[in-house]
Structures are given as C-alpha cells and as structure tokens.
Design a protein around this ligand. Sequence first.
Ligand code: ADP
Ligand code: MG
Length: 230
Amino acid sequence: MNTTTSFHDSQSGGVKTILRASGLSHAFDYTLFENVDINIHQKEAIAVLGVSGSGKSTLLHILATLLKPQHGEVIYGDGFMYEQGDKKLLDIRRHDIGIIFQSHYLFKGFSVRENLEISSMISGNSIDMDLIKKLKIEDTMHQNVSELSGGQQQRVSIARVLLKKPKLIFADEPTGNLDRETANEVMEVMLEYIEKNNAGLFIVTHDEKVASRCNSAYRLQDKRLFPVTV
Ligand SMILES: Nc1ncnc2c1ncn2[C@@H]1O[C@H](COP(=O)(O)OP(=O)(O)O)[C@@H](O)[C@H]1O
Ligand SMILES: [Mg+2]
C-alpha cells in the first residue's frame, strides 16, 4: 500500500517533492536547532553532517514520523504528518518510511531469511534476490543473524528496510561500523534504490566521502542547517 500522493514542486522543474519540513525547532536540555527548513524530492539523496550532540538524530526522527517537533511542520504527501491520527501515522511509518539505524535491530535467534521475510510480508513482494546479491548476503540466508559480522548484520538490516519498498529512507550513520569498501557498496545500493523507485534518502553521517555521493549536503551547526560542499 502506498499512503502518499506526491505533489509538484514548482521550484525544481517538475521534480516531485516527497516531504517538506519548515520552521523546525526542537530543544531537550538546550535548543538543538531553530527554524530549519528541508525538502526531500524523489531520487534525491541528502546528507547531514555535524558533531555529536548537534541534533542530527533528533532531526531525522522528526522527519521520519518518530518525534513531533516543538515548532514547525512536516508535510508528507497530502497532509501534515503530525496532525494525522495515530493509525494513519503508523501506516505511513510501516509502509512508506524505511529507517536504518547504526545499531541494527534484527531479530536475534532468527535466520537472515526469517528477518527478511517480515519485510516482504509487509510489502507483499517476494524477497528480491538481486538486492540480496548486491548486498552480498546471499550465502548467509540460512544463518542465524547472531552468527554474522557487524558489517553483514548491517547489510541484512539495509536489505530488510529496502524490501519494504519505502518512499523515503532515513539512515542514521548507517556506514559507521563498516569498512570503506562495504560502506561504498551500501551507499551504491541505497542510491540505486532511490533512483529506481523514485524514493528519497536522508542520511546522517560523519563520513564526508559518504556525504559527497549525495545530491546535497548540510551541516547542523550553531542550531542551523547550513548547505555545505563536500
Ligand atoms: N529523547 C531525549 N530526551 C532528552 N534528551 C535527548 C533526547 N534525545 C536526544 N537528546 C539530547 O539531545 C542532544 C542531541 O542528540 P542527538 O539528536 O542524538 O544528536 P546527534 O545525533 O547529532 O549526536 C543530546 O545532548 C542528547 O542527549
Ligand atoms: Mg545521532
């Protein structure tokens, strides 16, 4: 099921905007950021850099249905994300949003295949073996996930998210535990996915090489989101 209908963004020559956020401000013990605007378009990969504690994960959570901002709005598809009822918000999270965390939340004690079947059940598609091969986990399908290396587990968690066929991928330092070569391959898979599926990617990273592969990059600093060239 697809719960969104994207709309045209007159600013970008007919490219469709998937999500618009404006005037976002959020504080916990101190103000993390104020008045942040960000749009995510189809086929667009956006990277956010910034020191630890600057609020990158908080911003990602706000854009990804997980946290209502204290100020500002997030418009997803045809409505205000945080004015949807709980059921609609859960539907969006379940079907349209894919979240990849640095520490992967796989079901320990289950095989790789069982972990992946959960996503294919949600999307109603069978497991895409091309994707599994690209992520180099085809030989691990029958292994218990707790037997895999950290890098393999991260690739399984990325496969699990992509098999859901999300319209938006939110990745919070997804390559943090990976070696350079694996990090490049994982980026390749995510970029190819958004291109093929008209999806968007929002990625928080410390790695400027990862950021340089995105269409645009920002730095969260002094409570603002600055565009940067990497
Ligand atoms: N749920 C929360 N409750 C209280 N403080 C929080 C919460 N989430 C994050 N923080 C605080 O907000 C600050 C920014 O956190 P975070 O968004 O995780 O930053 P980053 O991802 O850039 O390291 C940190 O000081 C963190 O302790
Ligand atoms: Mg973080």
